[in-house]
Design a protein around this ligand. Structure first.
Ligand SMILES: *Cc1c(COP(=O)(O)O)cnc(C)c1O
Length: 426
């Protein structure tokens, strides 16, 4: 009888699947030698990578710690309890569910826990920084619920609370949604809570982008004030790709039921283990330094771009990203994204508030500093990054400027090595 390959054979990825190993190696090289400036991306620690690739991926554990539908969950329970306890400590949350597979499923689970089909949700206009999962017409959620939209004030760049209040009174939403993907300013959670109380709405903050800044103490924390908080764990929080829901105890049963069995099956416990590791890292004092450095680095870019005559949307930044209107220097978002790509700088094109252009070629780019900050970039490095970008955008057709930019990217990435001992092919 032919013997099946045994899991105990000492085979590494490179020996059993050369194609995948080589593709991963090329991706590792791309991450090493490029400037990653997509605002939602980051680099996890080796410890987080190790937990992600651990044997916890083998285990089925439908249910919650102490109450599972499968045997053999004792160790998985310990892991999930660690993740929950650390998240509670990090954000001051009463109840935490660490099982959502990502940010979008977390949001869907909350809607289903708190709303009935046909209910109204008041959230931010998508071109002003709201997320797809906040009721974009392309999502299934937009068929189930009615979404009303507030905007930012074009003069102050801040959320227009007169409008929020007026819309809340007009639409009587069941839920008021706060938390954004491209909005760069601090959020006045107290005002949102007041308005929600006036109309009897629940409050939800989707802190997907800024969770790490809140955990690091440099942005305000809505957790004590709001009914429900959703987040991803892989953006500024610097954990594995995943989601999480935090809430008041009064919503705990509904939220847990909505995640499982409402929407999901077995949780990805390797991912939960990696969340536990990332939360431990976020509780360490050095995480505060990281969060502070993100803000300093973003401010350096803000000054360089505004000195270069590039319009900063929402007037300024209070967080880890900038939304730039590049039509102010005669470019488009798509062209700018492509131009920066040619020298190894990765950003994304992005709509700006009430963008007259189309989403596939909008007026803006979004640019963030978390990933480079994790690599150890400081204000001096960031000044070089900013100048390199400005020079390129000002002379898009000058090959010598392009060559100089490529050299600068190489020098900066060489100075801040990424996963130096990691390899998939040797
Ligand atoms: C990124 C993001 C999400 C979605 O997270 P995924 O993990 O990509 O599903 C949800 N809400 C906001 C505000 C986000 O920025």
């Amino acid at each position: 009888m032919k013997k099946y390959r045994n899991v105990n054979e000492p085979l590494r990825l490179k020996d059993c699947d050369r194609e995948t190993a080589e593709a991963l190696e090329r991706e590792l090289e791309r991450q090493r030698h490029g400037l990653e400036m997509i605002a939602s991306e980051n680099f996890v620690s080796r410890a987080v990578l190790e937990a992600l690739g651990s044997v916890a991926t083998n285990k089925y554990s439908e249910g919650y710690p102490g109450n599972r539908y499968y045997g053999g969950c004792t160790n998985i329970d310990s892991i999930e309890r660690l993740a929950i306890a650390r998240a509670q400590q990090l954000f001051g949350a009463e109840h935490v569910n660490v099982q959502p597979l990502s940010g979008a499923p977390a949001n869907v689970a909350v809607y289903s826990a708190l709303l009935q089909p046909g209910d109204t949700v008041l959230g931010m206009d998508l071109s002003h920084g709201g997320h797809l999962t906040h009721g974009h017409p392309v999502t299934w959620m937009s068929k189930l619920f009615t979404f009303a939209r507030y905007k930012t004030d074009p003069t102050t760049g801040l959320i227009d609370f007169d409008q929020v209040r007026a819309l809340a009174k007009q639409h009587r939403p069941k839920l008021i949604l706060v938390g954004y993907s491209a909005y760069t300013r601090e959020i006045d959670y107290v005002q949102f809570k007041q308005i929600a109380d006036e109309v009897g709405a629940l409050t939800m903050a989707d802190i997907a982008h800024i969770a790490g800044l809140i955990a690091g103490g440099v942005m305000q924390n809505p957790t004590p004030l709001f009914d429900v908080i959703t987040t991803t764990t892989h953006k500024t929080l610097r954990g594995p790709r995943g989601g999480m829901i935090m809430c008041k105890d009064t919503h705990a049963a509904a939220i847990d039921k909505a995640v499982f069995p409402g929407f999901q099956g077995g949780p990805h416990e390797n991912n939960v283990a990696a969340k536990a590791v990332a939360f431990k890292e976020a509780l360490a004092p050095s995480f505060k330094t990281y969060a502070q450095q993100i803000l300093k680095n973003t401010k350096v870019l803000e000054k360089i771009f505004s000195d270069a005559g590039i319009t900063i949307c929402f007037n300024k930044t209070d967080n880890h990203m900038l939304l730039l209107d590049v039509t102010s220097i005669g470019l488009t978002g798509k062209h700018t994204e492509q131009l920066l790509d040619t020298v190894g700088i990765t950003v994304n094109k992005n709509v700006i508030p009430d963008d007259p252009r189309k989403p596939m070629d909008p007026s803006g780019i979004r640019i963030g500093t978390p990933a480079l900050t994790t690599r150890g970039f400081d204000e001096r490095d960031m000044a070089l990054v900013g100048e390199t970008i400005v020079n390129l955008l000002k002379s898009p057709n000058d090959t010598s400027v392009c060559t100089r930019a490529q050299d600068a990217v190489r020098a900066l990435t060489d100075a801040h090595p990424l996963y130096p001992d990691l390899t998939y092919t040797t």
